[in-house]
Ligand binder design. Structure first.
Ligand code: NDP
Length: 283
């Protein structure tokens, strides 16, 4: 007689604005496709409850969890240790239980890089990156480690922007500078790759980065981290100006594949995840 087992292995996500995060659908599609008896629980967790949420996950034997806005940096104090890239980046988007200890990893930057490399090699390139939060730190570090020549960090908050530029200068061979986000910021001529790593555009099709759109030139690669909506304003505007565009979907799928590998040890098919996102967003 087959032994019955009604106990699924658990992972999930802690964030604010969890209702708009499609990761659960994407990861569960992969679990289902590969017949993995796992569940991914999407949880709305405010900052003051994050410590309790992590303790709860530990108590319930979760194999790990993703964390998203606004927990990627603050979660570190609740974990038992950090993997190599998360330690450099200083942000965690994926915690993994290893021998009873929760270790923070970062798969955001790697997911982004994989998606960028499908259209352009960042080696020797000049990059302008908007944002200096968790996603920006991860992307900046990975793009720099992949050989970007210069990275200009443009951020609303000066202290955060300067901190990311310093991190890149200290830990990588890229030459990074902070540029204040002046109204109508013009992307400098000669820029190869422009990245929106802010949350501008999230769940708002009309929200625009305060930049001079005419400074986006044909031949530039313009990447956006936003997944929902699937084609935010920056992507539409850049495409209309002849730029090569990269949406946030590839980054999301690639980091999802890595997260599932960390938790379950299994390689899942990225096409299954992509298909689910297309089903949800229609593109
Ligand atoms: P954080 O909260 O850590 O950082 C947010 C960043 O956006 C900061 O640089 C902040 O600037 C900037 N920002 C927010 N609102 C504005 C505004 N109105 N004007 C100017 N700047 C603004 O978030 P994360 O870095 O974790 O996430 C950023 C985005 O990346 C989110 O939309 C998230 O959904 C997306 N993401 C996508 C992934 C994917 O797989 N595609 C993976 C991870 C994230 P300041 O410092 O001045 O506050």
């Amino acid at each position: 007689m087959t032994e019955l087992n009604f106990l699924s292995k658990l992972v999930g996500s802690f964030s604010e604005g969890a209702a708009g995060n499609p990761t659960v659908a994407m990861v569960e599609a992969a679990f289902h496709h590969h017949k993995l008896e796992w569940r991914y629980i999407n949880c709305e967790v405010p900052p003051e409850k994050l410590g309790d949420a992590v303790k709860g996950a530990k108590a319930m034997g979760w194999a790990g969890f993703n964390c998203s806005i606004p927990h990627k940096v603050t979660v570190i104090q609740h974990l038992d240790g950090l993997g190599e890239s998360a330690a450099i980046i200083g942000a965690v988007n994926c915690a993994v239980s290893r021998n009873g200890k929760l270790i923070g990893e970062n798969t955001d930057g790697k997911g982004f890089l994989k998606s960028l490399q499908e259209v352009a090699d960042p080696k020797g390139k000049s990059v302008v990156m908007f944002g200096a939060g968790g996603a920006a730190r991860a992307i900046g570090v990975e793009v720099a480690l992949a050989g970007a020549k210069t990275i200009t960090v443009v951020n609303r908050g000066k202290a955060r922007g300067e901190e990311v530029a310093k991190l890149l200068n200290d830990k990588t061979s890229a030459k990074a500078t902070y540029a204040p986000w002046v109204p109508g910021y013009a992307v400098p001529a000669g820029t190869d790759i422009v990245i929106n790593a802010t949350s501008i555009g999230l769940e708002d099709e009309k929200a625009k980065l305060d930049i001079n759109l005419d400074s986006l030139k044909r031949g530039m690669v313009v990447a956006d981290v936003i997944v929902n909506p699937p084609r935010p304003a920056l992507i539409r505007d850049a495409e209309a100006r002849g730029c090569t565009v990269i949406t946030g979907r590839g980054m999301l799928v690639n980091q999802g594949v890595t997260g599932v590998k960390y938790w379950t040890g299994k390689d899942v098919d990225p096409e299954v995840m992509k298909k689910k996102l297309v089903e949800i967003f229609g593109m």
